[in-house]
Design a protein around this ligand. Structure first.
Ligand code: BMP
Length: 398
């Protein structure tokens, strides 16, 4: 199978995440690109821990280093399904506090009618708390449009109320607008101690970086029963990450186009069908879970012998700006060059191989961080490596 590496690199591989904001067709993708620049992070934590309380504690500790937190709610013991105060709602509060999106790795696959219900109803009611979910489209493209329809219906159904809030905006000047804002930033600073995010106003004139901001009073329409506004949450849980506004309420889908596991049966033909489904459903599909960059890819690249009438036009392929998230990521142990598999079929690549060489955008790391002696410190190490891989890619292709 040939790859994009043999062709001229697609424009999206050369651009910064900031530059890709404008040409994103999905509001949540635009938001995520901006968040990635603000936090200087292209790291997703796969939070596959045993108990709900461990999940929440881990999300709170590692939150400052990541832009996406990936869950498998069905492997978590003690998941509380209450829509306003349960585990999903609590995770949503942590996502607001630290500035990350929640990605439920549910891998939906069924007929459209069933996936609609699995996504927006049932015990877990995934659409309520997960900004992003994913689908294995072996059941056919119709399930993608069915999920898009369900997400849209959910979005329209959510009752609205006007919320008046004081928010701390993007750093703009060297003085605080007033004392109240300064206090507010101090409080938020305790929550986000790492030198990134709001500290992007740093040091252009040689002085120590300072957090500078203006206070703005905004009126926004918020869904009355959204976990983002859970009334029963304690005051501390209402904190909002100061570097960027809250995530939009739009929901997004990642298509599971390729997997990291040994012997995976998803062949080039399947991946090509994923690319077509993504291009057809740009309002809902943010991108892919994949092992390589698929932007600009053609049938000839993926499945040359597959007889398919629907070939992509050059124009269509050029317009791609999908985001790519990649699991099977680990750093090798000290003294070794490559990370070993887990003995159960999982295959690992380094962040450099995935982001710099294969051109994916977000590295998904689970056990590499979770089983470390100090998960927050290890998450920081992965964040730096994955971000460097992104910078190296841009330098290499410039
Ligand atoms: P770990 O880094 O501990 O191997 O975890 C990888 C995570 O990514 C798991 O949650 C797994 O279900 C998920 N995953 C994967 O490993 N490979 C894929 O191709 C798709 C996945 O969702």
């Amino acid at each position: 199978m040939s790859t994009t590496q043999e062709k001229q690199p697609h424009w999206s591989l050369k651009q910064s995440f900031a530059e890709r904001v404008e040409s994103s067709s999905h509001p949540l993708t635009s938001y995520l690109f901006r968040l990635m620049e603000v936090k200087q992070s292209n790291l997703c934590l796969s939070a596959d821990v045993e108990h709900a309380r461990d999940l929440l504690a881990l999300a709170d500790k590692v939150g400052p280093s990541i832009v996406v937190l990936k869950t498998h709610y069905d492997l978590i013991t003690g998941w509380d399904y209450h829509p306003h105060t349960g585990t999903g709602a609590q995770l949503a509060a942590l996502a607001r506090k630290h500035g990350f999106l929640i990605f439920e790795d549910r891998k939906f696959v069924d007929i459209g009618s069933t996936v609609q219900k699995q996504y927006t109803a049932g015990t877990a009611c995934i659409v309520e708390w997960a900004h992003i979910t994913n689908a294995d489209i072996h059941a056919g493209e119709a399930m993608v449009s069915a999920m898009a329809q369900a997400a849209q219906k959910w979005r329209e159904r959510v009752p609205y109320e006007v919320k008046t809030s004081v928010s701390v905006g993007t750093p703009v000047a060297d003085q605080f607008a007033d004392e109240e804002a300064e206090d507010q930033v101090d409080e938020l600073r305790k929550i986000v101690p790492r030198e990134n995010g709001i500290s992007s106003a740093k040091d252009t004139d040689g002085r120590k970086g300072s957090i500078v901001s203006i206070t703005t009073v905004t009126q926004t329409y918020e869904p009355a029963d959204s976990p983002r506004l859970a009334k029963t949450m304690s005051v501390g849980d209402e904190a909002v990450f100061p570097g960027i506004e809250e995530a939009p309420l739009d929901r997004g889908l990642l298509i599971l186009a390729q997997m990291s596991s040994k012997g995976c049966l998803m062949d080039g033909k399947y991946t090509w069908e994923c690319v077509k489904a993504a291009r057809k459903n740009k309002d809902f599909v943010m991108g892919y879970v994949a092992q390589q960059n698929l932007n600009g890819i053609t049938k000839e690249d993926l499945a040359p012998t597959y007889e398919d009438d629907e070939s992509a036009t050059e124009e269509e392929a050029q317009a791609d700006n999908f985001i790519h998230m990649t699991p099977g990521c680990k750093l090798p142990p000290p003294g070794e060059e490559a990370p070993q598999g887990d003995g159960l079929g999982q295959q690992y690549n380094t962040p450099d191989n995935l982001v710099n060489i294969k051109g994916t955008d977000i590295a998904i790391v689970g056990r590499g961080i979770i089983t470390a002696a100090d998960p927050p410190a290890e998450a920081e190490r992965y964040r730096r490596k994955a971000w460097k891989a992104y910078q190296d890619r841009r330098e290499r292709l410039a």
